[in-house]
Design a protein around this ligand. Structure first.
Ligand code: ACO
Length: 368
């Protein structure tokens, strides 16, 4: 048995390769270092979906824009009972309303949904009406416009686009595995994506950027970084944005987003770099046995902050990107995979009389 299925190969995939030893990510044969900054989210989605959907257009941007408009109709169903939930939970509830049907149409709607629904939930929470999508904009620019109520700058839209490309797919991570398990039962694209969203929102997966911004706020200036890190580790806290199940070298996505943050002159770059340096030094000193490097979530938090995405919305933004990868994995599972059904080793008590079960004795006596 492998605790947490570490090192277990559970699927063959042509989608992405995570090389943990070399710190390298390959998406359909292209290195992330080349894709990020050189291709748009729509182009990477097209690349991921190639061969898995019939009638895939060469340019996915108009179809994705049209899908944003289609799903906007569901926003009317947003009920006030959802407004005290987190944005990703509100978005998930609206996504559950989407019907299955033609695979490509459904996949496009599922990729469109997080941007449209998250913006609608966040605006409703602030007492504001939702904004209708603009299909002429890029997905990144429209996501920011719908969220903030005004168009983003070119740099902000480019920052979000680079982020979406960077996190669009990543091997058999927890949420992709969850989506593939559900897909393996033939439950369909929508149910599988809902499973992915549910897995992604946890703090050990896609929920880390919020606490990272809180950490940066707590530190304030670069000089305070080391003392803050030492205190956190002395308390036994895990440092959000550090460590990874697979990488035993730098997470290439962290590298790409750090470079992007520096190029954009992101306001928090300096304090984030000081925090990263202090955290890595302290983790190396305390855990010489374990490689604990910066993971994607750390620099994602800085990029999303630059794009003025509030910290509590970052898991929902992660979903905007990862739905592209999930949809491809779900189709790959459907086309090539078997029902996923592993086994568990039973470590409970040996067989004993049913009378031992609390309440069972009375039921047995009554039925006798
Ligand atoms: N800070 C401090 N110590 C850490 C950290 C961290 N960020 N990460 C791991 N460790 C320690 C653990 O406490 C553990 O110590 P132990 O052996 O004394 O129990 C040891 O390093 C090994 O950690 P594991 O739990 O085996 O690592 P695992 O592979 O299960 O978990 C994970 C990886 C969940 C990412 C972990 O490193 C973590 O919790 N990081 C912080 C949360 C985070 O950044 N999540 C985003 C991940 S990236 C993504 O999902 C897109």
């Amino acid at each position: 048995m492998s605790d947490g299925l570490e090192g277990v190969i559970a699927a063959d995939t042509v989608l992405s390769e995570v090389d943990g030893e070399a710190g390298r990510l390959i998406v359909r044969g292209r290195s992330l270092d080349q894709l990020a900054g050189g291709t748009s989210f729509e182009q990477v989605t097209r690349l991921l979906w190639d061969g898995f959907f019939e009638h895939l257009p060469d340019d996915l941007a108009p179809a994705l824009g049209a899908a944003r408009l289609e799903v906007f109709a569901e926003v009317a169903a947003l009920d006030t009972g959802l407004l005290d939930r987190t944005p990703i939970e509100g978005m998930r509830a609206l996504t559950a309303r989407l019907a299955d049907g033609d695979d490509l149409a459904v996949a496009l709607r599922l990729v469109a949904a997080p941007a449209v629904f998250t913006a609608a939930v966040v605006r409703a929470q602030a007492g504001e009406a939702p904004l209708r999508p603009d299909p002429a904009l890029s997905h990144a620019a429209d996501a920011l416009r719908m969220l903030r109520g005004r168009p983003p700058s070119h740099a902000e839209a480019a920052a979000l686009d680079t982020y979406l490309v960077t996190v669009s797919d990543h091997g058999l991570n927890a949420s992709t595995f969850a989506a593939r398990v559900i897909a393996s039962t033939r439950a369909g694209l929508t149910s599988s994506v809902l499973g992915g969203i549910s897995a992604l929102k946890g703090p050990l997966h896609g929920g880390a950027p919020g606490p990272i911004i809180e950490m940066l706020d707590g530190i304030g200036t670069p000089q305070n970084a080391r003392a803050w890190i030492e205190a956190a580790l002395d308390r036994g806290d895990r440092l959000m944005g550090f460590g990874h199940r697979v990488y035993r070298a730098e997470d290439p996505r962290a590298r790409v987003l750090r470079r992007t943050a520096q190029e954009l002159d992101a306001p928090r770059y300096e304090v984030a770099k000081a925090l990263e340096d202090a955290a890595l030094a302290e983790l190396r000193a305390r855990r010489p046995d374990r490689v604990l490097e910066t993971n994607v979530e750390f620099w994602a938090a800085i990029i999303l902050d630059f794009a003025q995405v509030p910290a509590d919305i970052t898991p929902a933004m992660f979903t905007c990107a990862r739905t592209a990868g999930w949809a491809a994995h779900i189709m790959e599972q459907k086309l090539t995979g078997r029902l996923i059904r592993p086994s568990a080793r039973y470590v409970g008590p040996a067989p004993r009389p049913v009378r031992d079960v609390p309440g069972a004795a009375e039921i047995i006596d009554r039925d006798a």
